[in-house]
Design a protein around this ligand. Structure first.
Ligand SMILES: *Cc1c(COP(=O)(O)O)cnc(C)c1O
Length: 426
């Protein structure tokens, strides 16, 4: 019987699996039929589901229903009749199932950046005697920028401390107001120990905010079990919610009536349609809503989330690990002479659902790959990042992608001038 690539240490395997063994992995894949639930272009191996998840086939019809029936015919009545007004809570409750939260602890709203801002300000304001926000260097840029903005908004006196990941727990002290970490690192796929770091923060009386942008839909999550205080995450990556999909935020129930949003918009008011002159926060997580929800975008997000609710996260995570192990083995076997360095966890170690390699010509190599239908992305200064989405990737896709990568490296196809031109979005 063929088993998925086994979990081992970082040492690379000298004998990569044969084409027959890879075909057998696909035949035995419990998720193989799920690929048919997505609309994917021919001739593309899509290794970018961690940046923009692919289109679930059902989404086009869902969005069309919102446009034609709910908007076109229902018009403003649909705020009630189609429960547009309940979309942030309804979709939030569904996302709660994917992150291990209670339904009333999550809302879908705004962007991840804006949600970070709201929660950071709320956390700092709630603990005026503590002055430090602790994060790590190389965290996703918007997380660090939003810490800076939030510190300015609360009126100075705070400082941001960036500690390398193995020193974070030790750096939490009685002056730490908030620890803000991205659970799965966007470049390296390294995984923080959410339970241990949350406990370390609580031991010193600090709050912790987890950014789940590269985690939700990719790895099993248990915010409640870990005792997390706050979290945010992204709708357009592994949740397949569409470009610019609404994001989500989580506030643990115990903080519901003590944390305040700095953006007191009317949708977060206790009685938005009373139209009173003074802001009064809604009870619970709804106070972190701000303005009117984007309903067309919500339809696409809800469709992506619904698809995930049919899946078993453990099965997704198991296939993700197997895809990563295969990718790493095949690169080790076929691309060793060309100067690619695996970044992040070694084969078999806990990781998120992408694999990254460093190469000085990473940008041009990725452009050459994209031109050959292998779509991954480049992260400055030198990282080739390949998202591994178990719902629609086959083991054979990984083998073909590495074979094309090997050709690009061996022939130095990346040297062509058109691959050197930097585009606005990498
Ligand atoms: C993708 C991502 C974001 C995105 O933020 P937006 O506001 O949607 O642009 C934020 N944080 C992390 C860690 C991400 O990976």
């Amino acid at each position: 019987m063929i088993t998925p690539p086994t979990v081992s240490t970082g040492a690379h395997v000298t004998e990569p699996p044969t084409a027959e063994a890879i075909a057998a992995l696909d035949a035995a894949d419990p998720l193989r039929a799920v690929r048919d639930r997505f609309t994917l272009p021919d001739g593309v191996i899509y290794l970018d589901g961690n940046s923009l998840g692919a289109l679930p086939t059902a989404t086009a019809a869902r969005v069309a229903t919102v446009l034609h029936d709910e908007w076109g015919t229902g018009l403003i009545r649909s705020w009630n009749s189609a429960d547009w007004i309940g979309a942030p809570q309804r979709v939030g409750a569904k996302i709660a199932q994917l992150v291990g939260a209670a339904p009333h602890e999550v809302i879908a709203a705004d962007s991840t950046s804006v949600n970070l801002y709201k929660l950071i300000v709320a956390a700092l304001t709630a603990q005026p005697s503590r002055t430090v926000v602790l994060s790590e260097p190389g965290n996703f840029p918007t997380d660090l920028y939003m810490i800076e903005s939030a510190m300015q908004a609360v009126g100075g006196g705070h400082r941001l401390v960036l500690a390398p990941r193995d020193e974070i727990a030790a750096r939490i002290d009685d002056d730490t107001a908030l620890v803000l970490l991205t659970h799965v690192h966007y470049k390296t796929a390294e995984l923080h120990d959410m339970a241990a770091l949350t406990a370390a923060a609580h031991a010193r009386g600090a709050l912790i905010l987890w950014d789940l942008s590269h985690s939700v839909g990719a790895v099993p999550l248990d915010l409640r079990g870990c005792g997390a205080d706050l979290a945010v995450g992204c709708g357009y990556k592994f949740l397949n919610g569409g470009p610019g999909a609404p994001a989500f935020l989580f506030v643990a129930e115990r903080h519901h009536n003590t944390l305040a949003s700095p953006l007191g918009g009317w949708m977060g008011h206790a009685r938005p349609f009373a139209f009173v002159d003074h802001y009064e926060p809604a009870p619970g997580v709804a106070r972190f809503l701000c303005g009117t929800p984007p309903i067309v975008a919500f339809a696409a997000l809800e469709s992506g989330v619904d698809l995930h609710l049919e899946m078993d996260m453990q099965v997704i995570a198991q296939k993700s690990r197997a895809l990563a192990a295969l990718f790493i083995d095949l690169v080790a076997a076929h691309c060793a002479p060309y100067g690619l360095t695996l970044v992040g966890p070694p084969r078999g170690a806990p990781r998120g659902s992408h694999v990254s390699f460093r190469h000085p010509e990473g940008y041009a190599i990725m452009q050459a790959l994209i031109a050959r239908g292998v779509i991954g992305d480049f992260r400055a200064p030198d990282i080739l990042r390949f998202g591994l989405t178990p719902l629609y990737l086959r083991y054979a896709d990984i083998a073909q992608a590495v074979s094309i990568l090997e050709t690009v490296l061996r022939t130095e196809a990346w040297r062509a001038p058109e691959y050197q031109v930097r585009q606005a979005v990498t």
